[in-house]
Design a protein around this ligand. Structure first.
Ligand code: COA
Length: 433
């Protein structure tokens, strides 16, 4: 049977395909903006067929209806990263939260540590050889399909055909459901005066020829506006969004000096608007890879001058960081933050930057604190900390004693909180030197 005949044989409706899911199954959803919305909606519409189907995914950008209290008997969400639609269920004890590095998720699936029964994903229509692309979401979605007992793919012409290690042959998918719908989009964040100052301070740490990783949120995006005069920047990143496209089109990001994958942008998922999704379609400049490749600290460290730029919620005076919890409350997840910080610190001339506004909640709280809030989980240890950047400047803590670190961190705190932080330092002898 040739691939076209095979394709026709596997073609079905979402209603029929979700019948392959059984109560108690673990179902992985295609990640982030690549979520197969039509398949997920059909699963929810047929909820009375199921009890305790476990829905697993990392960044949640869909409606997350499986997390609503009225669906508790039918679905249990196992979150690898809390998001807007899932955070409440996790913190109220109605959903599970499994801490893990995003780079390790493919292993969890492939080595049956978290065995996958069914994967629901989105793919582009097949090319002339019968290969479909995972488009904007290769990450753990491709490995999940490869590891799962049953795979159900929504073939959606809105999914761009991205290149790299992004393809699957239709013979490897069990059920194909043709359904075209626009992908989930993320609008560019608003950049205010504080973010602009942070962007300016970070840009000073970025030399010509550096290779960038851009994390999630407004902060990584605000740096891009200050890079327009740089030369020969590279991109080896977990994700990127619309903000990077202008720098690519203007030739500032050309990847010319990358040691690994020279001339290519490397990413594992994309989060942005249709403009971004159209930009990456069939674009030989962009190589998408599974996340166990992009986020492997050894691979990341192969590029010189690797600059990892991520954000965080709270930092203590020793340089210990909470990026994914606020006290006892789970806010997000570690994602690729540690993967890239460790990769950047392996890289010759590399820099691991945590950039964040000095205060939160309209200036009510300092993010630089004497001790992390009680119950907060440690995301970045003081051993991994390197550069901290706020709108007030840069603190380079690598190789610095506790006393030196504390002083450097106070200097980039909001002036309103500095006197209290200094009092705290003088009250603790460990900070004397
Ligand atoms: N005390 C009290 N509240 C705080 C706080 C603090 N120290 N820090 C933040 N908050 C509040 C903010 O005021 C905001 O509240 P709001 O939603 O009511 O406005 C909320 O917590 C979120 O903070 P914000 O700084 O706006 O978060 P963000 O959307 O920019 O995301 C991270 C920042 C750190 C949560 C996000 O970058 C993350 O999850 N990082 C870890 C994963 C990662 O970096 N992956 C890497 C690559 S993809």
């Amino acid at each position: 049977m040739n691939w076209r005949q095979l394709y026709q044989k596997k073609l079905t409706t979402a209603e029929e395909a979700v019948k392959a899911i059984k109560s108690g199954d673990r179902v992985v959803l295609g990640h982030c903006c690549g979520e197969p919305q039509h398949l997920v909606k059909t699963l929810i519409a047929n909820k009375n067929r199921y009890t305790k189907v476990e829905i697993v995914h990392l960044v949640a950008m869909g409606a997350g209806e499986y997390c609503q209290p009225e669906n508790d008997a039918h679905f249990i969400h196992n979150s690898l990263f809390a998001g807007t639609s899932t955070r409440e269920a996790i913190n109220n004890g109605r959903a599970k939260f499994t801490p893990c590095f995003i780079s390790e998720v493919p292993r969890l699936f492939k080595e049956n540590i978290l065995p996958v029964d069914v994967t629901l994903c989105t793919i582009s229509p097949p090319d002339e050889h019968g290969y479909c692309s995972f488009g904007i979401s290769v990450d753990y979605t491709k490995p999940a399909v490869e590891a799962s007992q049953i795979s159900i793919a929504q073939v959606n012409r809105y999914m761009p055909r991205t290149l790299g290690d992004a393809f699957i042959h239709i013979s490897q998918i069990d059920y194909l459901v043709e359904y075209d719908e626009p992908l989930i989009e993320q609008q560019p964040p608003e950049i205010g005066p504080v973010e602009k100052e942070i962007g300016r301070n970070c840009a000073e740490l970025i030399e010509d020829g550096a290779c960038l990783q851009l994390g999630i949120g407004a902060i990584p995006d605000c740096i891009l506006a200050f890079l327009t005069h740089k030369k020969d920047l590279g991109l080896h990143t977990e994700m990127f969004s619309d903000g990077a496209v202008e720098l690519i089109e203007n030739g500032v990001i050309n990847c010319a000096q990358k040691n690994l994958n020279p001339g290519k942008i490397v990413a594992t998922f994309l989060m942005g608007t249709r403009k971004l999704y159209e930009f990456v379609d069939n674009n030989p400049l962009v190589e998408m890879h599974p996340v166990n490749y992009t986020n492997d600290p050894y691979i990341i460290g192969c590029n010189d001058k690797m600059i990892a730029i991520n954000s965080c919620l709270q930092v203590d005076l020793m340089g210990q960081v909470a990026s994914d919890s606020l006290g006892t409350r789970q806010y997000s997840g570690v994602g690729g933050q540690i993967d890239f910080m460790r990769g950047a610190s392996r890289s010759k001339g590399g820099k691991a930057i945590l950039a964040f506004p000095a205060t939160a909640a309209g200036g009510q709280y300092s993010r630089i604190v004497p001790c992390l809030d009680s119950g907060a989980t440690l995301t970045v240890s003081r051993y991994d900390a390197h550069y901290f950047v706020t709108e007030y400047g840069v603190a380079d803590v690598r190789g610095k004693s506790l006393g030196e670190r504390a002083k450097a961190l106070v200097n980039i705190a909001h002036p309103h909180f500095r006197a209290d932080l200094v009092r705290q330092i003088s009250g603790r002898k460990i900070f004397t030197q």
